[in-house]
Every structure is written in structure tokens, then in C-alpha cells.
Design a protein around this ligand. Structure first.
Ligand SMILES: Cc1cc2nc3c(=O)[nH]c(=O)nc-3n(C[C@H](O)[C@H](O)[C@H](O)COP(=O)(O)O)c2cc1C
Length: 363
């Protein structure tokens, strides 16, 4: 019996955010679970960076970059901390995170609470001093303060401060809980924003890859516009997707009324569809990182075959605990071998009729 199965009932009875804060405190002690699985079939290279496996921790779990080593120790191939905003802010009034245990899904309307960029960057600096690049690929996810006079300035501040510290930077324009944020996905706004941010990134000496994280709630013309703009600006990756503002029929009745973004099992098929679309729209040129309701190796594999070069999880960790990581990695390796794929990169996009079996990872 795992330790998590013993503490799970206690965590599930607690308010979701309190349970999360307790988990973070526990992980900070360094006594978190340890797991490592290596198999060459799971290795992949993107942006000239080697990932020992394609499973990452999605943004929102470690908002203030406080438990990076603990998350790598759990077995993740990459970890994304944030969303961080330039100045500290409280976020929305509590309660603001709600679990639907039956559907293994969560609604959150956190609104980017956090201790701000200075605290976050200090944590990452200490992490880098202690571990360097040894543990795995480390990404940061940046946002804007809710009262930002100029969104572009807030994102620029994040890029300039974090470029020397991160293996990649994700521009989050898709959280539903900051007013006006998702509007930045509109063609003209996105065009201006990405123009400014690519310039800011190019002005740094480290020039880390710049990724864009998008919502699953985009109609076909919006998806096409985002793909075109991202291609034109040479965006290095798309994270597909953030949480959804839709409310599937299966969602438990009391949760239907809660505002915020839905994640977990009820997002799985929606996000896989959007991943497939962006893979096709960007012609496989921009690597896609797939997120949304991955709760098993099968879910992860479906996203890879739809076009994801890497995948991320958050919500299923809440319900399944850290044992989820071994289930996904070992299951994924077995499925790749069963289907005679030599590497993850060979399987990327293989679900598409035109999907060609790539010989090498995109680099
Ligand atoms: C409580 C909670 C907080 C989140 N906070 C962020 C965030 O700060 N920034 C972000 O880009 N995504 C955030 N997300 C979205 C996740 O990173 C992920 O894109 C989404 O939940 C879908 O994956 P999942 O179903 O595996 O959770 C959050 C999700 C949850 C459940």
C-alpha cells in the first residue's frame, strides 16, 4: 500500500486548496516520494534539449517555484513552475478550487495568486545553484497582474528576469480567471504581443525557447489565426491546453454553478481534439505539448498520437497521487514498443492519416 493511499482520504476531506498547501509544505521538507524510470524509448530531444522522458508537471501546481527538486524526484522528465506575475497578488476570494471526485475533475478560479517574480526568481536561482541542469528540463510559466496597465510589459518583465534561469518560457494567455487575459489570443492582440515578446526574448543572452499556452475553447477560425501568428513569429512550442470554461453534462450538479476553469477527466477528449488541430494547422513544425485530463498511459499515448511531442499532468495527480507517474511512464514505454515505435518522436502525430512516421525528434 502506498503512502498516498493512506493520506488520500484525509486530503479529500479537506478544502482542496488547504490540501494543496499541506502537500507543498510536505514536499518542501524533501521527504517526498522518489521514483526514476529510464528507457531509451521515452527519451526525446526538443529545442536542442534532452528530455529523459516526455511527462511533465503542468503549471499551477508549483506556482512559486518552491518544490522543483521534489517534483523531479517523483520522476517527471520536465517541470513547469508558475504562473508567476511580476508583483505579488492574492488572487480571487476563497474558496476557489472545487473537486468533482466522481469525474476526477477540478474547477478552479485561483486568479494567479502568488508571491511575485522576485520571490519566484530567487527560488529558481537557489535551485540552479544547487542542482544546475542535472535533474531535468525546467520551464517557467509567466502571466500578468490583474491590474496590469500594459499586459505586454508584465510578460516582458517575466521574460527578462527568467531567461537566464529557465530551459523554456511559457506565455500564458489562456487562464480564464484573469479578466481580459484570454482576449490576448485574438489575432491582432496576439500578433502585437508575440512581436513584442519575441523581441524581448531575442534581446536576452540565453534566448530560451518561447512557448504559448492556449485555451481549449477556441473555434476553428481562432485556432487557425493562432497557428498562423505563432508560425509567423517563430514561436517554439504550443501548450495545448489550459482549462475549459465549458461545462460537460456529466459534471456534478453543485459544481456546475461554480465559475472557473475545468480540468481533469472531463477535459480529456476536448483537449486531445484541439491538440490534433494545432498539430495539423502548424504542419508539425511547432512542437505541441499536450495537457488536459491525462490520467493514464492510454490518455498520454492518445495525445502523443494526436500530435503532442511532450505531455503534462496536474489534476490526475490530485486524485491518483504520485503513483500516476510510474503508471504513465511504464505504460507508455510498453505501448510504444507494442506498436513498434523506436522513440516517442516516431509516434508523434501518428493518428493523422497524413501523419508520417518521423525518423528523428524535432530539434
Ligand atoms: C488548481 C489549478 C491551478 C492551475 N493554475 C495554472 C496556472 O497558474 N497557469 C497555467 O498555465 N495553468 C494552470 N492550470 C492549468 C494546468 O496547467 C493544465 O493546463 C490544465 O489543468 C489541464 O491539465 P490537467 O487536466 O492534467 O490538470 C491550473 C490547473 C489547476 C487544476
Amino acid at each position: 500500500m502506498s503512502l498516498y493511499s493512506l493520506i488520500r482520504p484525509i486530503l479529500m476531506k479537506m478544502d482542496a486548496e488547504k490540501a494543496h498547501r499541506m502537500t507543498i509544505s510536505l514536499l518542501k521538507t524533501g521527504l517526498g516520494p522518489r521514483y526514476a524510470f529510464t528507457d531509451p524509448v521515452l527519451e526525446t530531444t526538443l529545442w536542442g534539449r534532452k528530455f529523459k522522458n516526455p511527462l511533465g508537471l503542468a503549471a499551477g501546481f508549483d506556482k512559486d517555484a518552491e518544490v522543483i527538486p521534489a517534483m523531479f524526484n517523483m520522476g517527471f522528465g520536465f517541470v513547469e513552475a508558475g504562473t508567476v506575475t511580476p508583483r505579488p497578488q492574492d488572487g480571487n476570494p476563497k474558496p476557489r478550487v472545487f473537486r468533482d471526485e466522481k469525474n476526477k475533475s477540478v474547477i478552479n478560479r485561483m486568479g494567479f495568486p502568488g508571491k511575485g517574480l522576485s520571490y519566484f526568481a530567487d527560488n529558481v536561482e537557489s535551485y540552479r545553484e544547487k542542482y544546475g541542469p542535472s535533474q531535468g528540463i525546467f520551464g517557467v510559466n509567466i502571466g500578468m497582474n490583474k491590474d496590469a496597465p500594459s499586459p505586454a510589459d508584465d510578460y516582458r518583465t517575466g521574460i527578462v528576469r527568467l531567461a537566464p534561469l529557465a530551459d523554456y518560457i511559457t506565455v500564458n494567455v489562456s487562464s480564464p480567471n484573469t479578466q481580459g487575459l484570454r482576449d490576448l489570443q485574438r489575432r491582432d492582440d496576439l500578433d502585437r504581443l508575440l512581436g513584442a515578446l519575441v523581441e524581448a526574448r531575442n534581446g536576452t543572452s540565453a534566448k530560451p525557447p518561447l512557448l504559448l499556452k492556449v485555451a481549449p475553447d477556441l473555434d476553428a477560425p481562432q485556432r487557425q489565426a493562432i497557428a498562423e501568428v505563432a508560425l509567423r513569429h517563430g514561436i517554439d512550442g504550443l501548450i495545448v491546453s489550459n482549462t475549459t470554461v465549458t461545462r460537460p453534462a456529466q459534471l456534478s450538479a453543485p459544481l456546475r454553478e461554480e465559475k472557473g476553469g475545468l480540468s481533469g477527466q472531463l477535459l480529456t477528449s476536448l483537449s486531445t481534439g484541439v491538440i490534433g488541430d494545432f498539430y495539423t494547422l502548424t504542419k508539425g513544425v511547432i512542437p505541441v505539448i499536450g495537457a488536459g485530463g491525462i490520467g493514464s498511459a492510454e490518455d498520454a499515448y492518445a495525445k502523443i498520437c494526436a500530435g503532442a511531442s511532450l505531455v503534462q499532468v496536474y489534476t490526475a495527480l490530485v486524485f491518483e497521487g504520485p503513483g500516476l507517474i510510474s503508471q504513465i511512464l511504464e505504460g507508455l514505454a510498453a505501448m510504444l514498443k507494442r506498436d513498434k515505435f523506436g522513440t516517442i518522436a516516431d509516434a508523434v502525430g501518428s493518428a493523422h492519416a497524413s501523419g508520417k512516421r518521423q525518423a528523428k525528434a524535432v530539434s
